[in-house]
Design a protein around this ligand. Structure first.
Ligand SMILES: CC(C)(COP(=O)(O)OP(=O)(O)OC[C@H]1O[C@@H](n2cnc3c(N)ncnc32)[C@H](O)[C@@H]1OP(=O)(O)O)[C@@H](O)C(=O)NCCC(=O)NCCS
Length: 311
């Protein structure tokens, strides 16, 4: 077996055979990923491409991956102590998953990282078969995140609260947005007026919910928010209906949201609520990302199945 750098075109042609719904057009995918990096999660934070690797067996391409340089964001400093930048591997596709293929291709990727001064690297992987093999090869999960999608041709299966009025917000509504997020998940992430169409849900005169619609990706950046005392009144559902209509009017066929799970080994209550909300309102899991790094845990971690989060 032999590992070599390959062109983006070769990578794309190989990957097409796997019929991944996001990766049908490499350019579009990279453009989308670039815009998704506003989320600053472990699999989509500011990145630069370091190229593509191919694994050949008897002259035939049997595996590929993308190598990236990624910024370590502040809330991930715990996992990457002392590093400001790291290597990142994504989109590994093998004709068949096995430790023997990893053993060939990963050292070559690591060489590329070391040449760039990147002392450590992570692998973001969403294919369940791959998770098992990565663990077998000596990697363990350190982060987990779920990418959920809606087909915008389909209706949202629940009706929203009819008393709710949704309005588009501007800079003068920042205080309201802060208040909503402090009352929903306890901290505030300000919107980007360049990237976002900002929805605010009102019950009477009171602003009680919000969502940031990313006009470049179709993603609801940082999710839907409803203040605690107003939850479970179908306000979140009303926001999702508006988000769907707005994205449709912008020409999107799909809408997305990303939930980064707070813990790896236990079902966290706020993760359970968020995942139940999105999936019961018609969203389906497109990718469950697990971030892997070289094993730091002596024992295998039990990671609960996503079905355990949905009620
Ligand atoms: C997630 C959130 C937006 C849901 O908003 P909401 O207005 O309370 O949700 P809705 O009343 O519209 O619920 C719609 C459906 O979602 C599901 N759901 C909502 N809350 C739920 C809960 N606590 N437990 C289980 N299912 C729940 C139910 O299926 C519900 O349908 P039902 O009314 O027939 O039972 C809200 O809980 C929230 O702001 N959470 C904190 C912030 C957060 O983490 N947001 C997600 C960021 S990724």
């Amino acid at each position: 077996m032999r590992v070599a750098r390959i062109s983006a075109h070769m990578f794309e042609e190989f990957v097409k055979g796997f019929r991944d719904p996001l990766l049908s057009d490499l350019r579009g995918y990279l453009r989308w990923m670039r815009r998704m990096s506003i989320l600053k999660t472990f699999w989509c934070s500011d990145w630069n491409s370091l190229g593509y690797l191919g694994l050949m067996d008897s002259g035939k391409l049997v595996g590929v991956l993308r190598a990236l340089k990624m910024k370590v964001i502040f809330h991930n400093h715990g996992a990457w102590i002392g590093l400001r930048e790291r290597g990142e591997i994504q989109d590994i596709f093998f004709s068949k998953w096995g430790v023997e293929y990893l053993r060939e291709i990963l050292p070559k990727a690591e060489k590329i990282f070391l040449k760039r001064g990147l002392r450590d690297f992570g692998i973001s992987e969403w294919k369940p078969d791959a998770w098992r093999i990565l663990e077998e090869y000596g990697f363990s999960p350190y982060a987990r995140s779920v990418l959920i999608t809606w087909n915008l041709r389909k209706e949202i299966p629940k009706s929203g609260n009819r008393k709710v009025k949704i309005r588009i917000a501007s800079r003068k509504d920042l205080k309201k947005l802060r208040r909503i997020q402090l009352g929903s998940w306890g901290f505030f992430i300000p919107p980007s007026f360049k990237h976002h169409i900002i929805l605010v849900a009102y019950l009477g005169d009171e602003a009680v919910g919000s969502a940031y619609l990313n006009k470049y990706t179709g993603n609801i950046d940082f999710g839907v928010h409803v203040m605690r005392e107003f939850q479970r009144k179908r306000i979140g559902t009303a926001i999702l209906h508006s988000a769907r209509n707005l994205f449709k009017s912008l020409g999107f066929k799909k809408m997305y949201v990303v939930r980064v799970l707070r813990t790896l080994s236990k079902v966290n209550e706020s993760d359970r609520i968020a995942l139940s909300f999105y999936t019961n309102c018609g969203g389906s899991v497109l990718r469950e990302y697990r971030g892997f790094r070289r094993k730091i845990r002596p024992r295998k971690l039990r990671v609960p199945e996503l079905s355990e989060y949905i009620s």
